[in-house]
Design a binder for this molecule. Structure first.
Ligand code: PLP
Length: 366
């Protein structure tokens, strides 16, 4: 009996009737690019995020790239990014020709440390790009303050933070623009790729929308050098169906996280730290162990799948050898990469399985 890290098939089967009906609605409509289904999802997603606008896109990486492009960030510019993040955050910055300038995390939250940002700002800095990693909101108030003081934009990478709250308010419009992914494994996941931005800035939303559709507002009239990055109506229909269940599914994640917190409190492992202003979406439940690789092996032998988010920090990837950042220039990111381990968590993980994880992790951690 093995416990999977995340059971996407079980998520589909729980909503199979509703999802199949939604997909068939699109198939029967005869309309397969943009249109009413996509518009309805955008309105519902903006409303959920308490943002004035949502523009749906093909994936989360495009959301970051098009947000940066729409804000005219490009060659010669610098963007401050977390040293501890999924590489997509950095790839978006380099995709527009700008330079990612990493800032180390707060070691308790794993998110960018706001107190270290000012020292990384130069005359070339244009934007801060915090990530709400693992579904834990970054500490936005001090980030927004330093941005205001230095006249910088704030672009949030919320690919892991659907429904997370910062000081009671949902992630979705604190910064200038918020970027989302609907990759299947995310908390709100499509049955394929998907992405979006949310923002309260109508000009920015309009520019991203035009960029995403060939730089065109009127067919065959092209005002910008755009790309093709559109959310599929079939995926929009799936996302509309799943959005109705998102809060209930986040609650199930919360219950599992609470069980792990309680059940593992004496295990000697470092458990996730949740500041009192944070209401995380629990995309991942990440523990730290000085014997991470041994622990993962023992759990694997006991039938428990775990993952590492992430084993190699961006500054140590071959892809970024050209930036000339030495491994030890970002010691915290390097340290986290060597000791983090993500335990199984998801809306379809039975609590009895979570209890088994607690028992086996407690044993394996000794
Ligand atoms: C998933 C993810 C992305 C990229 O999203 P895609 O839809 O896979 O392109 C970006 N940033 C973070 C932090 C992510 O977890």
């Amino acid at each position: 009996m093995t416990i999977p890290f995340l059971d996407l098939g079980a998520a589909y089967h729980e909503l199979k009737t509703e999802i199949d009906t939604a997909i068939h609605r699109v198939l029967d409509s005869g309309w397969y690019i943009l249109g009413l289904e996509v518009e309805a999802f955008e309105a519902e997603w903006a409303n959920y995020c308490s943002a004035n606008h949502s523009v749906s896109l093909a994936n989360g990486l495009d959301a970051l790239i098009l947000a940066l492009r729409a804000l005219d960030i490009g060659p010669g510019d610098e963007v401050i990014v977390p040293s501890n993040t999924y590489i997509a955050t950095w790839l978006a910055v380099t995709a527009v020709g700008a330079r990612p300038v990493p800032v180390e995390p707060d070691p308790t939250s794993h998110n960018i440390d706001p107190t270290r940002i000012a020292a990384a700002i130069t005359p070339r800095t244009r934007a801060l790009l915090p990530v709400h990693l693992y579904g834990q909101p970054a500490d936005l108030d001090p980030i927004l303050l330093v941005a205001r003081q230095h006249n910088l934009l704030v672009i949030e990478d919320a690919a892991q933070a659907h429904g997370a709250r910062y000081k009671g308010r949902r992630i979705g419009a604190h910064g200038d623009v918020v970027c989302w992914s609907f990759y299947p494994g995310k908390n709100l996941g499509a049955l394929g790729d998907g992405g979006a931005v949310t923002t309260n800035n109508s000009d920015l939303a309009d520019r991203i929308r035009v960029l995403s559709n060939y730089g065109s507002r009127i067919k065959y009239v092209n005002e910008l050098k755009g790309v093709n990055s559109r959310l599929d109506p079939i995926q929009a229909a799936v996302l509309r169906t799943k959005l109705v269940h998102l809060d209930a599914w986040t609650n199930r994640r919360r219950v599992i996280a609470a069980a792990y917190n309680e059940g593992l409190k004496d295990s000697g492992l470092i458990l996730p730290h949740v500041p009192d202003w944070a209401d995380p979406a629990w995309h991942l439940y990440v523990i730290r162990s000085s014997d991470r690789d041994g622990l993962q092996k023992r759990l694997n032998a006991a039938g428990i799948s775990t993952l590492i988010h992430y084993p190699i920090p961006p500054h140590m990837q071959d892809a970024y050898a050209d930036l000339g950042i030495a491994p030890n220039d970002m010691p915290l990111a390097r340290q986290l990469a060597s000791d983090v381990l993500s335990l199984p968590i998801g809306p379809q993980l039975p609590l009895t399985d979570a209890d088994r994880v607690i028992n086996l992790v407690s044993l394996a951690a000794q």
